[in-house]
Design a protein around this ligand. Sequence first.
Ligand code: NAD
Length: 284
Amino acid sequence: MILKNIGIIGAGTMGAGIAQVAATAGCTVKIYDTKTDALETSKADLERIMDRLVEKGRIDSEEKERIQNNIKYVNTLKELKDSDMTIEAIVENLDVKKNVFSTLEKFVSDDCILASNTSSLSIASIASSLEKPERCIGIHFFNPAPLMKLVEVIPAIQTSIEVLNTSVKTIKDWGKTVAVAKDTPGFIVNRVARPFYGEALRIYEEGIADFATIDWTMKNFGGFKMGPFELMDFIGNDVNYTVTETVFKAFYYDPRYKPSFTQKRFAEAGYLGRKSGRGYYNYS
Ligand code: NAD
């Protein structure tokens, strides 16, 4: 089954990137957000990204136009009704996601696949909000979605084998490499990454080194492309903190995943990282 019409819910960092990936692969994409300014920002960002790709000679202006014309920005969830697959990329909150999934199911056809880009929440629990839970699956892109090759595909215990196979094929057709992972907190990458962020925050909190020194050390001697604080600023401290908190709770408060007060306070203060202009570093 070829999935042509893709609905994206959430026009933030991930939703905008996933829309670009699907539109580049030739799909017709509709992207919805509760905030009109998020839709406007993602449209303006795409224009800038496309211009840069044209300047670098990676695409020509016809390709730019084709990709941009493939994406429609919509103001109601109902407008996603003709989707073959929807991918949700909204706030990392189980109740909010479940509410969106159960509302969306009322509009779409019986064979529409309903996917979540959640980093850490239970796909089985999201699926339980549906009349047809077998159509639900986790499709977890990494940031930035157009550049990162890996996508984790996570079937819930309710997910049908057809939905799993179609999802894997679709994501491969979009040029990505797929790792199928079990429905456990953080799946593969986000689970391995928790102690990377957590230990870096603890090193800072114990006064051993500042953010820049920790990042510098990890890049120059650890072989990492980005240091932990640069990476948390890139991901967003709100999103990253919530994922750690979810994984910590989901593993029955295993201290290996204990969240950090430093990161909590940064998120509460609105020091979210690049997207707010200030995080562990200043971007303004
Ligand atoms: P974000 O804050 O950049 O964007 C979320 C968007 O969702 C916002 O524009 C917001 O207005 C919108 N939104 C919130 N509630 C909504 C609703 N009920 N209906 C429609 N739109 C709604 O967040 P993000 O970083 O793009 O993360 C989105 C999801 O992707 C989360 O589940 C997150 O865990 C996951 N994720 C994030 C990253 C990352 O690096 N940021 C990577 C992989 C997965």
